[in-house]
Design a binder for this molecule. Structure first.
Ligand code: FNR
Length: 371
């Protein structure tokens, strides 16, 4: 279909499935085991309903916000996804350029296809970028990467904590990964490549399964960037992160690609907000300790639900990959236009003129349990 026929973020997935090379589709779309969590990420939003307010002047609505103190045109960021060139020769640069154009923040992945410097060099002056870190067994490599990122102006470090081992993504494992193809993983891929088990496994053997809470002090000693844990799935770990002085957590199950039957980020959000209020008197959104959610976000209404429940912003992954893999830079441009249009309409219908007016009373999340 022509790009003008694309009406929502789901549409990009349907097109990508038709037009993407099989190997790329398998890597981007796959999730762990029976993909129950992957499906749940989407359906969890269906359990949350709106309680709109009426008769407010909604002529003007503004969905811009701040993420870790930095401006963003919407409470959305482009989350880290590895191997951007599988879908398009410009890879992650498509995301960097779209982020510049639309005033969004991009989280650069450790396992980008483009080199880290290529991505940073493609950004506008002053464009805010975050960095996602997989921690190497060889900490000297990790130290060099982190300090290089800080030196290049990266504003926050998201340490992925839900992947001590890569999940079994069988759709991807059935494809052989061709590590000889230089388009697939940049030198930053830093490790031995096992080509027999699909892209994900091939590039991930350097990740340290021994990573633990005590290591966070070491990160504190090597960088001044705010530290955020990506992949928290319980209030207990969110509380621990808060007590250890982290800047926030991403409630995420890695797009359903790690532990199957992990709950969705938005479901975990409800218990984190409730328990951190109970135990530490925190209210959300909170400047000092920010909550992020990712997984299954496809509509502005999904974003608005997470914001109402206390998230500062949400991450979106696959839809942007599918958009640029199918239509190049115009695809991701269109995806972001669609989101902007959905924000405008849905905030009007909800009676919220600003992000601050999206309050917990505007959602009914009583179908979600707290623990
Ligand atoms: C990811 N994700 C991910 N996360 C991370 O911390 N490091 C990584 O290298 C990757 N790589 C990656 C590749 C691909 C193809 C996907 C789809 C996902 C997880 C990602 O940051 C995020 O948690 C999910 O993608 C969010 O779910 P949606 O928006 O894709 O449904």
């Amino acid at each position: 279909p022509r790009l003008s026929e694309i009406l929502n973020l789901h549409d990009f997935e349907a097109v990508a499935r038709q037009v993407m090379p099989e190997k790329a589709w398998a890597y981007y779309s796959s999730a762990a085991d029976d993909e129950i969590t992957h499906r749940e990420n989407h359906t969890a939003f269906h359990r949350i309903w709106f309680r709109p307010r009426i008769l407010r002047d909604v002529t003007k609505v503004d969905w811009s916000t701040r993420i870790l103190g930095h401006k963003s045109s919407m409470p959305v960021y482009i989350t880290a996804t590895a191997l951007g060139k599988l879908g398009h020769p410009d890879g992650e640069l498509n995301l960097t350029r779209a982020a510049a154009k639309h005033g969004l923040i991009q989280m650069i992945p450790t396992l980008a296809s483009c080199s880290f410097d290529e991505i940073v060099n493609a950004a506008d002056a002053g464009q805010v970028l975050f960095f996602q870190l997989y921690v190497n067994k060889d900490r000297s490599i990790t130290k060099r990467i982190v300090q290089h990122a800080e030196g290049r102006g990266i504003k926050a470090l998201f340490i992925t904590v839900d992947a001590p081992q890569l999940g079994r993504r069988e759709k991807d494992m059935r494809q052989k990964f061709d590590a000889e193809d230089p388009s697939e993983v940049s030198k930053a891929g830093q490790g031995n490549v096992d080509r027999s088990q699909g892209a994900a496994r091939a590039i991930s053997s350097f990740i340290d399964p021994a990573l633990q809470w005590a290591d966070l002090d070491w990160f504190r000693s090597i960088t001044k960037m705010p530290l955020i844990l990506k992949g928290v799935q319980s209030w207990e770990d969110a509380l621990e992160a808060y007590d250890r002085g982290l800047a926030g957590v991403v409630l995420s199950n890695h797009g359903g690609r790690q532990l199957d039957f992990a709950r969705s980020g938005v479901e975990v959000l409800v218990e984190v907000v409730s328990k951190l209020k109970e135990k530490r008197g925190l209210n959300f959104p909170n400047e000092k300790f920010q909550l992020f959610v990712d997984g299954g976000v496809r509509r502005a209404t999904d974003v608005i639900k997470a914001v109402a429940l206390g998230a500062t912003a949400v991450g979106i992954g696959r839809p942007f990959l599918y958009a640029y893999s199918s239509y190049g830079p115009d695809g991701i441009d269109k995806a972001l236009q669609i989101l902007h249009e959905e924000f405008e309409m849905n905030m009007r219908l909800l009676g919220a003129r600003t992000i601050a007016e999206i309050v917990p009373e505007m959602v009914d999340a009583s179908n979600i349990h707290t623990h």
